[in-house]
Design a protein around this ligand. Structure first.
Ligand code: 5GP
Length: 188
C-alpha cells in the first residue's frame, strides 16, 4: 500500500484554518486524517478534549518532548503545542493522508528534516480582516489579541516557504482550492 502524504497546513491564528478544514476534511476522495495535537493551553468554550486537542499540563508536555514522542513542537503566545509522532506514522503507513494544522516554527522543523511533505499556507484577505475575525471570536483578552496579531505579521513573512498559499476569501472557496491541491498531489 502507498504511504499517505504528510500535509502541513499553516496560517496565522484567526485566519479560519479550522473552519476551512471542516469543509474538506470529510471528503472521501482525499482520504484524510486530522492529527490531534498536544497543548498546554486551556480549552476554549466549545472545544472537546481529545478531539480538538489533547489538553495536557506543562509537565506532561515536557515529558513527551523528553521521550521523543513529538514529531515537532513549538511554543505559541505562552503555550506549548506539539504533534504526536507515532499516530502520524501509523496513519500514514495505513495509507491515510495526515493533516497537521500547525504554526510556522513547528512546520519549519519538519521542512528541515524531510522533503516528504506537502505544505499549504492559508492567508487572510488582509491583516485588517484577520483582526476583525480574531475579535469576533471573543475568546481572547486584548493582550492576547495584540500578541496574536503581532505573531500573525511575523508568520505571514514565511508564506514563500510553503508549496501553496491559499487566500481565505470564503471558507468554501478556500476549501475547494485546497481539495484540488491535495488531489493533484495524491494522484501519482
Ligand atoms: P490555538 O491556540 O489558536 O488553537 O493555536 C495556536 C496556533 O498553534 C495555531 O496556529 C495552531 O495551528 C498551532 N498549533 C496547533 N497545534 C499545533 C502543533 O501540534 N504544533 C505546532 N507547531 N503548532 C500547533
Amino acid at each position: 500500500m502507498k504511504k499517505g502524504l504528510l500535509i502541513i497546513y499553516s496560517g496565522p491564528s484567526g485566519v479560519g484554518k479550522g473552519t476551512v478544514r471542516e469543509e474538506f476534511i470529510n471528503d472521501k476522495d482525499l482520504n484524510l486524517i486530522y492529527s490531534i495535537s498536544l497543548t498546554t493551553r486551556a480549552p476554549r468554550v466549545g472545544e472537546v478534549r481529545d478531539k480538538d486537542y489533547f489538553f495536557v499540563n506543562q509537565e506532561e508536555f515536557d515529558e513527551a518532548v523528553a521521550n521523543n514522542k513529538l514529531l515537532e513542537h513549538a511554543s505559541f503566545v505562552g503555550n506549548s503545542y506539539g504533534t504526536p509522532r507515532d499516530y502520524v506514522e501509523k496513519m500514514r503507513n495505513q495509507g491515510y493522508n495526515v493533516i497537521l494544522e500547525i504554526e510556522v516554527e513547528g512546520a519549519k522543523q519538519i521542512m528541515k528534516n524531510t522533503d516528504d511533505y506537502l505544505s499549504i499556507f492559508l492567508v487572510p484577505p488582509s491583516l485588517h480582516e484577520l483582526e476583525r475575525r480574531i475579535r469576533s471570536r471573543q475568546t481572547e483578552s486584548e493582550e492576547v489579541i495584540q500578541k496574536r496579531m503581532e505573531k500573525a505579521r511575523n508568520e505571514l513573512e514565511v508564506v514563500a516557504d510553503y508549496h501553496y498559499a491559499v487566500v481565505n476569501t470564503t471558507p468554501k472557496k478556500a476549501a475547494q482550492r485546497i481539495r484540488k491541491i491535495i488531489l493533484d498531489n495524491i494522484k501519482d
